[in-house]
Design a binder for this molecule. Structure first.
Ligand code: NAD
Ligand code: 6OD
Length: 491
């Protein structure tokens, strides 16, 4: 990537534009702490311009396209992401520091797939039709038209930047909306690159817009409070969701929220032991623990508790921290020094609250060239009460607390004792138990003998404070479209 490409401008109405205020901030590589770019910070002027462009595009050629024409364009978007796979990979890895092996298998392919999946969904979704009798003895036909909601504000986090952004932009555009995306301030690159893709394949100007900046008093807040935004879809922290919901209340704009979690992994003594260790290890440590679906609370049935703790410890200690491109790198850095300070504060709290530190608990020794990166050790604790802060609060780092349990009822109660409700993983060979427990766990997603395995046509979202609404397959259309009832009287 050239140095010029690492000046991140906004993408508004098909053009890359800087901020009128001249304000910008650093783009930092979490691997070694170097500044690798400048990010323009949008003020109200840029947000206004992006929303105006999105509104105009709705009324322009985009709004007049047939579903067939729109979906053909989205297929081209997916193909162009795939053609520029290496550019997207380099951009994502530079921003996040995640291992190339991870980004090349998950983030970039899913970024492309999200456009194809939702193009197919929108082509195949039926709407209802009813014939009705009329009071004068005649008949009328009622049918539903599925229409786009309008201009959608898309606010994204930094942990899976392209994947989570396209997970929203894909269905939004497939449904005929236009979007203004506010990527995380930590990860501007792939959203910007997607602007080039949109232009290359002929998506009309104004359909896809990007404004960079921070949250409060910056691009995020300006966008979510903008009166001409018709709906807001957001992935991020629960507390940020509260602020966005307050902003959306003015003008009664609907929201779709994917929020935080404190997910439990339940390991029964009859589980396939190696599969459970492997699954919990991935759920706790993949992407350096920065996955909303990750497991930070593990409950293991007492007869296999000690053996499980030892096996997970071995897995954690086997994860080699290293540069993203190095073969054998098992874990990357956290996204930033600021996030590392937060995670390390929980490592301190765990000790202060009396945890036994099974492994980790600090910062790894790194070669000199990488010492300014935000590296952290995968960490396992045992011995804490359920009231401890690291057992209750989302940390979003490569860490988990493991506690023993004795009965099915007990572990269901423990798993549900949280204000969050995103997901659970359940490890057992007993099919009856699997169904029984899945029914009683208060979450949006329950994995049995697996993790992060999902058909994109299925519903995704969280219960309780982990989200509002569901996205995925046709479920996304509940937010991105409205049904207009048309009633025509036969004459
Ligand atoms: P965050 O809430 O700090 O930031 C997310 C986005 O919101 C960023 O773009 C940020 O600039 C913006 N923002 C912040 N304050 C805002 C405001 N007042 N108004 C408008 N926009 C604002 O989250 P993060 O740190 O980027 O991501 C980590 C969090 O995201 C974790 O809590 C994690 O669980 C959650 N997450 C959830 C899911 C899910 O599917 N449920 C997926 C990924 C991440
Ligand atoms: O796979 C998905 O569609 C999805 N929304 C994953 C979320 C991961 C959270 O970090």
């Amino acid at each position: 990537m050239t140095s010029e490409q690492r000046e991140f401008k906004h993408f508004i109405n098909g053009l890359f534009v800087g901020s009128a205020s001249g304000r910008s901030f650093d783009n930092v590589n979490p691997v070694d702490g170097t500044v690798i770019g400048r990010i323009h910070e949008a003020g109200r002027a840029e947000v206004d311009a992006a929303v105006a462009a999105a509104r105009a595009a709705l009324r322009g050629p985009w709004g007049r396209m047939t579903v067939q024409q729109r979906t053909e364009l989205l297929y081209k978007v997916a193909d162009e992401i795939t053609r520029r796979f290496d550019d997207f990979l380099a951009a994502e890895v530079a921003d996040t520091g995640k291992p190339v092996s991870l980004a090349s298998h998950i983030d970039i392919p899913r970024g492309a797939a999200n456009f194809k999946v939702f193009a197919d969904v929108i082509k195949n979704v039926p709407t209802e039709t009813f014939e009705m009798a009329t009071p004068d003895g005649g008949e009328a036909l009622n049918y539903a038209l599925r229409v786009p909601r309008g201009v959608i504000g898309v606010i994204c986090p930094w942990n899976l930047p392209l994947l989570l952004m396209t997970w929203k932009v894909g269905p939004a555009l497939a449904s005929g909306n236009t979007v203004v995306v506010k990527p995380s301030e930590e990860t501007p690159a792939t959203a910007t690159l997607l602007g080039e893709v949109m232009n290359a394949v002929g998506v009309p100007p104004g359909v896809y817009n990007v404004v960079h900046g921070l949250g409060p008093d910056s691009a995020g807040a300006f966008l979510t409070a903008h009166p001409d935004v018709d709906g807001i879809t957001f992935t991020g922290e629960t507390r940020t969701g509260e602020a966005i919901m307050a902003a959306a209340a003015k003008g009664l704009r609907p929201v779709s929220f994917e929020l935080g979690g404190k997910n439990a992994g339940l390991v029964f003594a009859d589980a396939d032991f190696d599969a459970a260790v492997d699954g919990v290890s991935r759920a706790a440590f993949a992407n350096c623990g920065q996955v909303c679906l990750g497991t930070e609370r593990v409950y293991v049935e007492r007869p296999i508790f000690d053996k499980f703790v030892a096996a997970l410890k071995a897995r954690a200690e086997n994860l080699k921290p290293g540069a993203p491109q190095e073969a054998g790198t098992g874990i990357g850095p956290l996204i930033s020094q600021e996030h590392r300070r937060k995670v390390l504060s929980y490592y301190d709290k765990a000790r202060a609250e009396g945890a036994k530190v099974v492994t980790g608990g600090g910062v790894p020794d790194m070669p000199e060239a990488l010492q300014a990166g935000s590296w952290i050790q995968p960490t396992i604790w045992t011995g804490l009460p359920e009231t401890a802060s690291v057992v209750r609060e989302e940390i979003f780092g490569p860490c988990c607390h493991i506690a023993p349990f004795d009965t099915e009822d007990e572990v269901i109660r423990l798993a549900n004792d949280t204000p969050y409700g995103l997901c659970t993983t359940l490890w057992t060979r007993d099919l009856g138990r699997a169904h029984r427990v899945a029914r009683q766990i208060e979450v949006g997603l329950c994995w049995i003998n697996s993790w992060f395995l999902r058909d994109l046509r299925t519903a995704f979202g969280g219960s309780k404070q982990s989200g509002i609404g569901r996205e995925g397959g046709v479920h996304s259309l509940e937010f991105y479209t409205e049904l207009r009832n048309v009633c025509i009287k036969y004459l």
